[in-house]
Design a protein around this ligand. Structure first.
Ligand code: G3I
Length: 340
């Protein structure tokens, strides 16, 4: 009799543990079940620290290197390729079944000193060609999509006068997409930018017109990145965002939310915290409604290590986890939205 009772108790414990663990599905699994990517920008140190690595793998199903793939880091000199950190990130992603975004080939910042040796348009093309081929060949089948070019517009809708633009005009941007397509035909190719998310602004219009012209010319572009570095001071115009997303859908293009964060003036008021939560949630709702959006990448996960305060003095607390790596209520709310 006693033995039967013991067996019964054990069975109940096993079933309860099973039910409990099923209820406690990780946010990463929830995102995958929801058929979407819920991701985060990470730095090399994040995956060397066991507890941070676990936090990332449990809570996200996609990563993007915040700085590691930029030219200054991956190719600091003409002959030195520094793949070590990127290799570790890609291995980490593969081990944890995470999607990887590659960021970025053409940018006006964080270039290495090699760019000082550019003396002609041909030099610029050759350098970008080498970088794209080296990186995309190495990570073929392992990096799902790339920001081929990043932030090529000014706020007024003119092209940014970067060194790339001064040497090559827009030809280099278009050619980079062709080079990238040839290097890894399965990788999705994106043009990424910020403050162009809401239709109707000069930058949004110029960005859209340029992308449309690329599509019409047959340049192999698969989608556009909306960075979405937002601030509670300005809010988010949901209608203008949706209008923009839909016109890219009409061009047959995907939209990815690539670098989300929502900064607040510090110390944050209760009203701002509530507004921040609402803005993060709006983006998740938009993603769920709009069929050409399925990627929600956040730019960093913790307020303890954030690019925001150094760039926007007096602002911060922009991320989903606080300084002690504790998930904020906005994070739980996003997970709930993915679950439903
Ligand atoms: O690695 C050096 C280190 O050796 C040095 O001691 C230290 C001193 O300041 O600087 C370190 O480099 C910093 C680097 O981040 C790595 O932490 C740079 O100064 C700093 O400027 C750099 O900032 C990055 C920024 O891009 C560069 O513009 C941010 O981390 C990164 O989050 C940010 O990311 C960009 C996206 O790529 C494009 N969209 C906007 C987004 C936010 O600005």
């Amino acid at each position: 009799m006693k033995k039967n009772l013991k067996c019964f108790t054990l069975a109940v414990a096993v079933v309860s543990a099973f039910v409990f663990s099923a209820c406690k599905e990780s946010p990463a699994k929830t995102a995958t079940k929801a058929n979407m990517y819920f991701g985060v920008a990470i730095q090399p140190g994040d995956i060397l620290d066991e507890s941070k690595a676990k936090l990332i793998a449990d809570n996200f199903n996609a990563i993007v290197p915040e700085n590691t793939m930029k030219m200054v880091n991956i190719r600091p000199t003409k002959t030195l390729w520094n793949f070590s950190d990127m290799d570790k990130m890609v291995d980490f992603a593969q081990k944890n079944k995470m999607m990887v975004r590659g960021h970025t080939f053409i940018w006006h910042q964080q270039n290495s000193t090699i760019v000082n040796q550019i003396k002609s348009r041909e030099d610029a093309f050759a350098l970008i060609n080498e970088n794209i081929n080296q990186i995309m060949t190495r990570y073929k089948g392992k990096i799902a999509c790339y920001d081929v070019a990043n932030e090529i517009f000014n706020e007024d809708g003119t092209f940014r006068k970067s060194l790339w633009y001064r040497w090559c005009g827009t030809d280099l941007y278009e050619e980079a997409f062709r080079i990238a397509r040839a290097a890894d035909p399965d990788a999705k190719l994106f043009l990424n930018d910020y403050s162009h998310e809401e239709a109707g602004t000069p930058k949004a219009e110029a960005f859209y017109e340029f992308v449309k012209s690329m599509v019409e010319k047959g340049v192999p572009i698969d989608g556009v990145g909306f960075q979405l570095h937002l601030c509670t001071d300005y809010g988010l115009k949901e209608d203008a965002l949706r209008e923009n997303i839909r016109r890219f859908a009409a061009l047959g293009l995907e939209v990815q939310f690539t670098e989300i964060d929502v900064r607040m003036k510090m110390p944050a008021s209760e009203a701002d915290v509530a507004k921040q939560k609402g803005m993060y949630e709006t983006l998740m709702r938009v993603l769920k409604d709009e069929p050409n959006v399925s990627t929600y990448m956040t730019w960093g996960y913790t307020d303890a290590n954030s690019w925001v305060p150094a760039t926007f003095h007096g602002y911060g607390d922009a991320h989903l986890f606080d300084k002690n790596l504790k998930a904020k209520s906005v994070f739980d709310s996003l997970v709930e939205m993915m679950r439903n």
